[in-house]
Design a protein around this ligand. Sequence first.
Ligand code: ZN
Length: 1032
Amino acid sequence: MSQQGYVATPPYSQSQPGIGLSPPHYGHYGDPSHAGSPPGMMKPAGPLGAAAPGGMSPQVPSPPGPHQFGQNGAHPQGHPPQRFPGPPPVNSAAPSYAPYSPSTQSSYPSPASTASVTQLASQLNAMHINSYGSGMALPGQGLPGPPAPLFQGLPRPPQPSIMQPGSQVLPPPPTALNGPGVSPLPSSTHRQDGLPGPAPLNAQYQPPPIPGQTLGTGYSPQQAASYGPQMAGGQLSYPGGFPGGPAQMAGPPQLQKKLDPDSIPSPIQVIENDRATRGGQVYATNSRGQVPPLVTTDCVIQDQGNASPRYIRCTTYCFPCTSDMAKQAQIPLAAVIKPFATIPSNETPLYLVNHGENGPVRCNRCKAYMCPFMQFIEGGRRYQCGFCNCVNDVPPFYFQHLDHIGRRLDHYEKPELSLGSYEYVATLDYCRKNKPPNPPAFIFMIDVSYSNIKNGLVKLICEELKTVLEKLPKEEQEETSAIRVGFITYNKVLHFFNVKSNLAQPQMMVVTDVGEVFVPLLDGFLVNYQESQSVIHNLLDQIPEMFADSNENETVFAPVIQAGMEALKAADCPGKLFIFHSSLPTAEAPGKLKNRDDKKLINTDKEKVLFQPQTNVYDSLAKDCVAHGCCVTLFLFPSQYVDVASLGLVPQLTGGTLYKYNNFQMHMDSQQFLNDLRNDIEKKIGFDAIMRIRTSTGFRATDFFGGIFMNNTTDVEMAAIDCDKAVTVEFKHDDKLAEDSGALIQCAVLYTTIGGQRRLRIHNLSLNCSSQLADLYKSCETDALINFFAKSAFKAVLHQPLKVIREILVNQTAHMLACYRKNCASPSAASQLILPDSMKVLPVYMNCLLKNCVLLSRPEISTDERAYQRQLVMTMGVADSQLFFYPQLLPIHTLDVKSTALPTAIRCSESRLSEEGIFLLANGLNMFLWLGVSSPPELIQGIFNVPSFAHINTDMTTLPEVGNPYSQTLRMIMSIIQQKRPYSMKLTIVKQREQPEMVFRQFLVEDKGLYGGSSYVDFLCCVHKEICQLLN
Ligand SMILES: [Zn+2]
C-alpha cells in the first residue's frame, strides 16, 4: 500500500483511495468523460510528458514517467470519477481520511466519533502534559525592551503565541521573547528577538474567566481545574457555521464577554512585524528551505538559485521526512504556483536560454530540465539528476570543465545552472504537429440583445474597443502586436464580420443554425488590427446602430463559445475570447439554461447542486476549448439570476477570467468595467500551455487546483495562463525524504507567447526536510495555507455538504495546533492555547474562510454571487487570497498628507472604527470609504468638496479630484491599493448608520457575521475547545 499522506485533500474526495491506485478525482465537474481518454488532444505530450519529445501520438495522453513516479503506471485512465462520493469504504486504503467522510457529519463535535480525532486524542493521552509549574512567569512578560538587533534574511523564529486562561490580560509587551511556555525548539538557533511593535507577539489571551473568581496574572492550577472541564465540555461546534442561524456563542456567554480582543493575535501586528524586519530589503533565494517574507511585505527579490516567492509560495518550507509525521501534523504540503507572475521593474526579468536545435538539456529518466539541482561529476562529462538520481551523459554541445569545487566554469553564465527561474526556447518537438505555432488571436463577442443596446452597453464596448485595440500585447522587441483580432455579435443567432483590410465596409454573415455552429468565413475574419483599422472602426461605429431596432431578448451562450473556438481552430492558432454577456441563455440551443435558483436547497445535502453546472454541455465545451488553446474571458452584466455556476465554468477551466457587474449602471459602473477590460487585454499571458510538476524522490504532486484541465494525473493543461492566475499543487509522500537532500520541486510550463513563439518556463524550488515536527511548524506560511484550504474547500463544495466541509476545516485547524502543542511546545497547562509563531493568525484567517459566503449557507446571499466567488478564489495567488479573506482597513482621518507611505492598517472590526473617523476598506473586489457621523469637516471638504457630512453624495464610484492634499493623498492611496490587483475594485461611499453600511459590515471579518459566521473571539474559543478535547 502506498502512502496516502495525511488528511488535507482527500477529505473531500473519497474517490482517491490511496495514491497510486487510482487517479485523483478530476471528474468532479460533472462530465464523467473527463477521466476517459482525451478525444483528439493535440498537445505534444512529449516535452512535458515523460517520454522523449517528438514522435508522440496526439491521441495518447503522455504516459507517466517511468521512474520518477513509479506508481503512475497504475493509474487507470478510464477510472470513472465519482461525482457524488459517498462515505469511504470501511476497508478503505486511506484510513486517515476518515474524519473527512460525510459519516462524521453527526459526530462533530464529539471527538470520540471521529476517527482521526480519536487517533490523535489517544496519542495525546499517552503523554504527560500537566507539568506546568506555578512558579513560571507568564509568557510574553519576559524581557520587554528595545528591539534587539535583527538578523536580516533569516527565517522568522518560532514564537508561539500562548493564550492562557485565568490570567488578566496584560498590556501588550513590546517584544516577543521566549517566555515560559514558548517552546525551546531544537533548532531555534536563529532566534530573532525583539520584533518591534507595540502589540504582543506572544499574545496573552484570557479565555473564559470563571465568574466570581479573582484573576491573577499568574496561572493557578485551581483555575485550570475549574476551567478545564468547561473547555473539555465540548457541546459546541464551530459557532456560526451551522445551518440556520447567526453566530452562537462558543461557550457560556459570560465566558466570551470578558475576552479582550487586543489580547488575541492580530493579523495587523503580524503583517507589520514582518514589514518592519524584512520590508525594503533584498531577499536572496540562495538557501534551501528559506521562508520568504510575507506577501504583504514589499522587498526586492533576487534569484540566486530558487524561484522567487512571486512565482512559488509553499505552505511549509520544510517537509516532514515521513508520511507518518505528515499525518500526525496534518499540515497540508502544498505550493501555490503563479508561473507568469508580474515582476516589478527593479527585479531581473527571466533570462531566455536558447540551445538551438539541441533544445533544453533534460534528464534521460525523469525528463527534468537542467537546473541548479543537477550535480556535475566525472570532470563535467556526466551529471546526476537531483530529482531521480539518474546519472546522465552531458551532451557534447553542453560540455564544460569543472572548477576545484566541482562546479562548471560557466556556472554563472548559464541561467539554468545558477537561477531558480528561466525560460528555454522550445524546439519543434515541443510544438503541435511539429510546426511553429501561429500567433494567438483575440475574438470579441458582444451580446446585442435588446437590453444591452438599450442601456448603452454595446455602444460603450464598441467605443472602448477602438482605444484598447491600440494596446494589444506585443513582444518587447516588436513594433506591433502579432495578435490578430475578430468580431462577432449575437443574440439568438450569431453574426460574423469580415473586416479584411481591402474592404470599404465590413460585411456581416449571419449563422442561424446555433445547434451546429460553423464558421462562415475564414479569410477576413481574423485580421491584423493595424492593417484593418479603418474597417474595424467602421464596424465598431455601426454595431450599436445595426441592432438599435432589435427587440430580441433571448440569447444563446454555448454556441458563442463554440463559434469562437471553431474560428481559432480553423485559423490554427490559440487565442482568447472576450465575451460580453448579460442574461440567462434561454434561447433554443445547446447549453440553454433555465432558472434553477432554489433557495430551498440551502443547508441541505443538495446545496452543492447550486455550484455545479446545470448541463454538461459547458464541461465538454471547456474540454474542447483547452484542447485547442482557446481561453474564454467573460464579462457578465447580470440584472438577475444568470446561473454563474454554468456560464462561468468555461472561463474557469480555460484559464480565463470572469468579471461580474451586478445591475450595471452606465454612470456608476462603466469605469470599473473599462479598467477591467483594458487590464485584461494588456495582461501578460501565455497560451496553449501544459504545466508539469516534477519532484525529487519520496514525494509527488497529487492534486491540483486552479483554472486548469487535466486529462491524466500529471499534465496540467491550460488554454492560457496569465500573470494573475495561480495553480495550487498538493504533495504527498511516496517514501521517506532525506534531510540532507531535501525536497526539490521543478515546475515546467510549455506555452506559446503572444508573439507566437513556443517556450518553456522553468521554476525550481528546494525545500528542507526534517524529522522534527518543530522544524515543520517553524517553516509554515499561513497565507499559503489559507490559499490551499480555500481552494480545496471550494473544490469540495461541488461534492460535499457545506456543513461537512466547515467541520473538516475546524477539525484540521485544531489538529494542526494540537499536534504542535503536544510535540513542540514546552509542557504547560492543558487549558492554555498555544499557537506556533508561523500560525499565529491561522485561526482568524480560517474563520474568515469559514465565513465567506461560499461556505456560509445563507439565503441572503445570491446563488450567483456565491458561485462567482467560488470560481474566483480557485485561481487566486497567495497575495490575492490574503486580501480577499482579510480585507485591508485603513484609517484615513489620521493620514499624513506629507507621506507617501500607506497608513498602518487596523483590524477588521467595528470596534476599531470611530464616529470621528474615515476609513478605507479594500478586499480586491470592493473598496469602501466609510465615513463616521462626526467626520472632521475639513476632511470632508478636502475629499468631497462639500461643506458637511450631510452634503456628501454617496451616489458616486470615483472620488472627485479636489485640488488639495487630502484628496490627492487619498486618491493616491486608492490607486496604490488597486495597482497590483487583477480586478478593478468598485468604490462604495458608506455613511455611518445609513443603509449601505450593512454591506460594508460584512467585511469586518473579526466581528460576528450579519448572516452568521462567528466572531474571531468566539472562533478562537471554539478551536481552543477542540484542541483541549484532542489533548485530553
Ligand atoms: Zn532525473
